[in-house]
Design a protein around this ligand. Sequence first.
Ligand SMILES: [Zn+2]
Length: 495
Amino acid sequence: MIRKAILTVGMCLVSSIAIAALVAPTGGGGVSGSDFKDHLTPAQRTAIQQKLQFNRKLLRERGISLYSESTAAQTSHPMFTWPTESTTNDPGHFGISNFVDHDPAYPDSLQDYQCGERTYDTDSGYNHKGMDVFSWPYPWLKMDHDEVRIIAAEPGIIIGKDDDNFDRNCSFTGRWNAVYVEHADGSVAWYGHLKKNSLTSKLVGQSVQAGEFLGVMGSSGQSTGPHLHLEVYDSGNALIDPSEGACNALDAGSWWSNQRPYYEPGINLVATHDAVPEMNNGCGVTETPSFQTIFTGGQTAYFALYLRDQRAGQQLKMKIYQPDNTIWREWSFTMNSTDHYSASWWYWTRTLPAQPQAGRWRWQVEFQGQTVDSEFTFPVPDISVSGSGAFGDVEIDSSSSKNISISNVGTTNLLFNSVGGLSAPFSIISNNCGASLAAGTSCTVSVSFSPTSTATSTDTLVISTNDPDEGTVNVSVSGTGTAIGDTLFGDGFED
Ligand SMILES: [Zn+2]
């Protein structure tokens, strides 16, 4: 495993030299597991255990239980499905910050199921008893919008619910909101730190299916940020770590139907912003992402990416594509400052072109075999010209005029560089367009034809603007001078 990681780093370095310059981020940083962790006091844990034992006994007396001493079900442990989901298909509904601590010594004596140290203990002797799943980025914002749902990992009977507790904690204080589910084999899963008053309306004694909603991810009780604490006990009330690994002696075999890798590097979000994303407005305070997908030419944009399980040596490749699919900017970055971040974010500022291509731009990030795009656009002016410059026959020594209408059918101001190019016998007699034409408005240029001879004349009215794909519009003008009297009753006179 280690050898493979080193090989990957080597390959990335070679390709980065060939493809794109390494550019350090303008800002960002990493989050370690300690930013999303929790605690129950021994008294709280004992109280929960006593309540659950009481409820289980009561439910069994009433015949409400999936568990039966006489069935084989009890020998077959659960096979959990993943306990979080997003209402918006956002991959940011999970990252893992901490596993069960299998080392009973404390403090700072840590061992997770894979013999690593992605867990914690406390000075007072608490060894983390569950798995912490956090949302990233903007966990408070996600919580505000009920975006991350905690769902049952295994069918069962609800044997306990705790609710009504404050849910925006960032320290070890208070009591949590939780749902407790007993499975067919008598094992029990605790789903903790839920958002206040978000819990399933199902009552103690009612059954839930795998994948069924239990509550919204929150930070109630002794919690340092919004996350799920999943704690599991077997039918004999012994702690279980559902993840199979060399240092998990609590059970044999994985309790996951599809156990996630120990490290699962991934892109949680790729986004563009018009200011530095504010990741921390204080405990429990909604973050200020400053998301922006519409920019103006010349503006400074913030190109950000948000990862889970980023490890030293893993290369990021960044590209900004113009609407015609050519690359406008390209660079790479390899984080080497820390071995592992449970969650991280990095951003780069770029000054956008003053005259950007119209259409959809793409901010693209490639990380560990995954490629994610985020689109952005510029408001563009769009010129539309109507009216004819064909004057036909006009009596010499008289004058005829025609109106050319200019409209801005785009989404931002159309700026005029020049309107002209005519010479006698053509001229502009009025122009109310000014220097700038607001989106959705029109103006008029009046052109006159004043022939002095019986000749056919042609010319071109040239309209030059900041329209990105039609910067110059040519309007042909033409007319023929006729002898006096020739058109007295003809069409030309009517002009
Ligand atoms: Zn926990």
